[in-house]
Design a protein around this ligand. Structure first.
Ligand code: HEM
Length: 431
């Protein structure tokens, strides 16, 4: 049987054979699924329609419920006392779960914490991400945008937009916020890609995903221990100084928590934002009517940016563990069981979005869940929107012609995934 749905070209499920329910659930276990948006959406659409709270069992994974409807993801996010981030915030193999149970998390960051610990740690940096502080970054974002567009001019009409432009821009922003030197850019880029792409052949260090991750984390630890020592001796007004000298409940922040903070600050805003940037451009190339609409009416940039984020949903999931029996859409999630919140599926929910598979730069309302919701709502949501606005409001008016120059390639990951290569050919109007 074949699914027939009105779809955008980024995702054409019309030729995808309909998976069985079991196949649809098991698809969430493999990073390969997220390289094939058509297949992912065929699976997620089937689950939303037939079994929106679906039990998944896999040989190498502890079982969990996969939650595919927008309303259910939202309900769980809004009940943090009933659904904890600890101990299993992200899907890993049984081996990784056992390792964590014995040794604790490799690093512990906000996404692995629950209240009151989470609240106290989030408070340490939440001020940094307030609009009044971020407004100070406007000039920096403008300069980075200029630099990227100049690079595109220098590339002479062809480049890999994902690897050569979108990967770099958000990293420079984060390095600036943290106060790290630009000379450390290549090292941070490599470490971030290894952390999120531990399953991906291009980025992994070892056949064993867990071993790859441990090696990468060890390098992060060595790097940031050096930064801590430096900022303790000579505090400045950067975010690294806030983390290095952080006091929580009258005590200095713990070493593991401190590293977790650096790592989440350095990584959470990197691949995520670059995936939205590259995926957003791909969507514009594949929907030339939407590119033209945005060129004709630049005031749509705000809705366009949110549509790019909904469309790509770079964070594919987070997980929660139930603290008591809790009913979701008539299904009892038992105390101690885990749920996987599928943001990409929720963001295509037919009950919430008109024409969910249409890329619509003027979409309003657009209540997507790509930044999560509730107490863990993405701390960098405003910053990510500012970065995308800065880039696209400068680039879009300059585009005279643009097309794909090769096959786009996505990273292999069940967690944060998106384009790693987007070959494009283009003509920009002269300055
Ligand atoms: C398009 C880009 C981005 C997307 C799609 C995204 C998505 C997410 C999601 C889904 C969560 C978990 C929310 C939940 O559990 O309810 C999260 C948390 C977080 N994000 Fe982002 N993010 C993006 C950019 C950024 C940026 C630019 C930064 C900062 C530099 C950032 C920092 C964080 C932090 C610190 C958390 C943990 C918050 C907490 O647990 O309290 N993110 N993000």
């Amino acid at each position: 049987m074949v699914l027939f749905l009105p779809l955008g070209s980024f995702c054409d499920m019309s030729n995808t054979p309909e998976p069985t329910l079991e196949e649809a659930g098991r698809a969430f276990l493999s990073g390969d699924t997220f390289r094939r948006p058509d297949y992912f959406h065929a699976c997620a659409t089937k689950l939303r329609r037939e079994d929106p709270v679906h039990w998944v069992e896999g040989e190498n994974f502890n079982p969990f419920w996969v939650i595919t409807k927008h309303a259910d993801v939202l309900d769980i996010e809004l009940h943090p006392a009933e659904f904890l981030n600890a101990p299993r915030a992200i899907l890993g193999t049984k081996e990784a779960d056992e390792n964590r149970a014995m040794q604790g998390h490799l690093v512990k960051s906000l996404v692995q914490m629950d209240d009151p610990e989470h609240r106290d740690h989030r408070a340490l940096t939440s001020e940094w991400f307030l609009p009044k502080n971020l407004a100070k970054l406007d000039a920096r974002l403008g300069a980075l945008t200029e630099r990227s567009i100049k690079q595109m001019e220098d590339f002479g009409g062809e480049c890999d937009f994902a690897a050569q432009v979108a990967m770099e821009y958000p990293l420079y922003v984060i390095l600036a916020i943290l106060g790290l030197p630009e000379t450390d850019y290549p090292r941070m880029l490599k470490l971030t890609q290894e952390l999120f792409g531990a399953e991906d052949e291009e980025f992994k260090r070892d056949e064993n995903t867990l071993l790859s991750l441990m090696q990468t984390v060890a390098d992060f630890v060595a790097y940031f221990d050096g930064i801590t020592a430096d900022r303790k001796a000579k505090p400045t007004d950067d975010l690294a100084s806030v983390i290095a000298n952080g006091i929580i409940n009258g005590e200095p922040i713990g070493h593991k928590e401190q590293l977790g903070y650096y790592i989440i600050a350095a990584t959470a805003g990197h691949d995520t934002t670059s995936n939205s940037m590259a995926g957003g451009l791909q969507a514009l190339i594949e929907n030339p009517d939407q590119l033209k609409r945005l060129q004709d009416d630049p005031s749509l940039i705000g809705t366009a940016v949110d549509e790019m984020i909904r469309w790509t949903s770079p964070v594919k999931h987070f997980m929660r563990t139930a603290t008591r029996d809790y009913e979701v859409r008539g299904v009892t999630v038992k105390e101690g069981q885990d749920v996987l919140l599928s943001y990409w599926s929720a963001n295509r929910d037919e009950d919430v979005f008109v024409d969910p598979f249409k890329f619509d730069v003027g979409r309003t309302p657009n209540k997507h869940l790509a930044f999560g919701f509730g107490v863990h709502y993405c701390l960098g949501a405003l910053l990510a929107r500012m970065e995308l606005k800065s880039m696209f409001s400068a680039l879009i008016p300059r585009i005279k012609k643009i097309e794909l120059a090769g096959e786009p390639q996505l990273t292999k990951s069940t967690f944060v995934s998106g384009l790693k290569h987007l070959p494009i050919r283009y003509e920009l109007t002269p300055r």
